[in-house]
Design a protein around this ligand. Structure first.
Ligand SMILES: [Zn+2]
Length: 141
């Protein structure tokens, strides 16, 4: 991967916000405000390259918007995430993640014992985020 200024800015973006789950327009806007403006095609190309390199995890939300999150590190596969039905923002859930992982390992082990192979695990919780459910409380940062 060529370390262009834009891809360094992209890596920095996810390093600064490791829980971010961003769509292409959001990444494009973030790069522009970080002083590394790039066009849509280039952003998509970089995101796909990062995803192909295993750095980012590509997913499609309920509104069919493609979003990119930092790929889980190590062998712990799936990080549960929460998706808001109203604004379609996504949040990765780190709280309680260990318990989910333990339960998940048992499920995967049971599958393996039965001879099945699991290819991908995606844990998503849908609902309304705090900002949409309680707009009077003011927007959280
Ligand atoms: Zn929301």
């Amino acid at each position: 991967m060529r370390a262009t200024r834009a891809s360094r800015a992209l890596a920095e973006l996810y390093r600064a916000r490791p829980d971010a789950v961003l769509s292409e327009p959001e990444v494009e806007a973030a790069l522009a405000s970080a002083g590394a403006p790039v066009n849509k095609v280039t952003v998509y190309r970089m995101l796909d390259r990062f995803a192909a390199a295993g750095l980012l995890h590509k997913q499609v939300d309920a509104a069919r918007v493609t979003r990119y999150a930092l790929a889980p590190q190590g062998e712990e596969g799936a990080t549960p995430r929460f998706e808001c039905d109203d604004c379609h923002r996504q949040f990765r859930l780190s709280q309680g993640s260990a318990k989910v992982q333990t339960a998940l390992r048992q499920v995967l082990q049971a599958l393996a014992t039965a001879g099945h192979e699991s290819l991908a695990v995606d844990i998503a919780v849908r609902g309304r985020c705090a900002g949409c459910a309680h707009p009077a409380d003011g927007a959280a940062a």
